[in-house]
Design a protein around this ligand. Structure first.
Ligand SMILES: [Zn+2]
Length: 100
């Protein structure tokens, strides 16, 4: 660990301690700015129970690895010329080499 990393760690720790010590002051400042009222309005208008349910269902149904596999199957790249292949053929349209 270099001295530069140690300085960064000390400064980050100091910043975190100062933020935690002034949490109440920061929260009051945010409230005076009207940010909390705005966030509550956004929550009541747009983030309803139905929306949360739909989002959670989509997270459950859309597995990240499966979605990435589908995307990679749809947009394959030629290993020789790195040309993007949007079709399911076995040969690259640009260079003609066989793609698995
Ligand atoms: Zn190719």
């Amino acid at each position: 660990m270099s001295p530069r990393h140690k300085k960064i760690i000390v400064l980050a720790t100091l910043a975190i301690v100062l933020l935690l010590a002034n949490t109440r002051t920061i929260a009051c400042w945010i409230d005076r700015q009207g940010l909390i009222a705005w966030a509550q309005q956004i929550r009541t208008e747009y983030i309803t129970g139905t929306a949360i349910t739909v989002i959670l269902a989509m997270f459950y149904l859309l597995d990240g690895k499966e979605a990435m596999r589908r995307c990679s199957d749809f947009l394959r790249r030629c290993p020789v010329c790195d040309h993007t292949m949007s079709h399911t053929g076995r040969y690259c349209a640009a260079c003609g080499s066989r793609v698995a």
